[in-house]
Design a protein around this ligand. Structure first.
Ligand code: G1P
Length: 289
């Protein structure tokens, strides 16, 4: 609706129901989201990213065996009491900072593994009618460039506020890797880093010959509520799974504006061993370890 500013995005849906097969054997008995990168679990990095962008209501889409994630963001009364009693103030502050007062964490279950679109849809019941939301895929860490404070997710939230158009974070990948990602079509143009451009289409895991560009969806989305309605009757797509990408493509076919936001920071795919090791090596050395 013209003239009415879009609602501020507060909720971030984080799907955490995956098995993490690419991180086995590490992820056999612990959730892959609890695997550490440098000094904290992957999921803590992602929640910190959300909070920085003003997304303080986290909805975890989870399943059995993943309760360590919820425990991580819950108060640990015995630990805090012990640290306080022993005067370990710095440690106490560090533990408390994992879940600052503004952070609200809720969870819903994904009863069957039917794809990313289905996982996102499971969280729909926790949104208000017409409430926009973010989706953050926790396999991927998004970090600013070294010595650079500019934050991509905050910038995306600003673009949403300015345009009321869905924002999909993208970055360029080599053509031979396009079939691992959603690939966007910006009509032959490419947004500059930190900027958004209107999208004409998006396709899930295309072959290199059919890919409309090399701009891949890297797992950060700001979406209108309409996506939930579109997901409710979406047939399975690529990989026989219900694809979030297909719902976004439908939104565009309805005539709604969707924009590709090109990151200026860096992404680390921690969902497989080489990417996880690279994230640790790079970020640990930058942190002075
Ligand atoms: C999902 C999305 C895909 C996106 C990717 C980013 O795929 O469906 O569009 O490019 O995450 O990591 P998945 O990796 O779950 O197969």
């Amino acid at each position: 609706m013209q003239g009415i500013p879009p609602a501020i995005v507060r909720k971030a849906i984080i799907p955490v129901a995956g098995f993490g097969t690419r991180l086995l054997p590490i992820s056999k008995a612990i959730p892959k989201e609890m695997v550490p990168v440098v000094d904290r679990p992957i999921i803590q990095h992602v929640v910190e990213e959300a909070l920085k962008a003003g997304l303080n209501e986290i909805i975890l889409v989870t399943r059995t065996g993943k309760s360590a994630i919820e425990d991580h963001f819950d108060t640990h009364f015995e630990l805090e009491a012990s640290l306080e009693k022993n005067g370990k103030t710095a440690l106490l502050e560090m533990v408390r900072a994992i879940a600052p007062p503004e952070l609200k964490v809720t969870s819903v279950r994904q009863p069957q593994a039917r794809g990313l679109g289905h996982a996102v849809f499971c969280a729909g019941q926790l949104l208000q009618p017409d409430e926009p939301f973010a989706v953050l895929l926790p396999d991927v860490l998004v970090k600013p460039q070294p010595q650079d404070e500019r934050d991509d997710l905050s910038r995306m939230a600003q673009q949403w506020a300015a345009t009321a158009q869905a924002q999909i974070m993208v970055e360029a990948v080599p053509r031979e890797e396009v079939q691992r990602y959603g690939i966007v079509d910006c009509g032959g143009e490419e947004p500059a880093g930190g900027e958004s451009l209107p999208m004409r289409g998006v396709v899930e895991k295309p072959s290199p010959e059919k890919a409309p560009s090399r701009l891949s969806v890297i797992g950060r989305y700001i979406l209108p509520y309409r996506i939930m309605e579109l997901l409710s009757d979406l047939p399975p797509g690529a990989g026989n799974e219900i694809q979030l990408t297909d719902a976004i493509a439908r939104l565009m076919r309805e005539g709604e504006g969707v924009q590709a936001y090109r990151m200026h920071g860096r992404s680390f795919d921690c969902g497989h061993i080489p990417g996880w090791l690279a994230a640790n090596a790079t970020l640990a050395s930058e942190a002075g370890y």
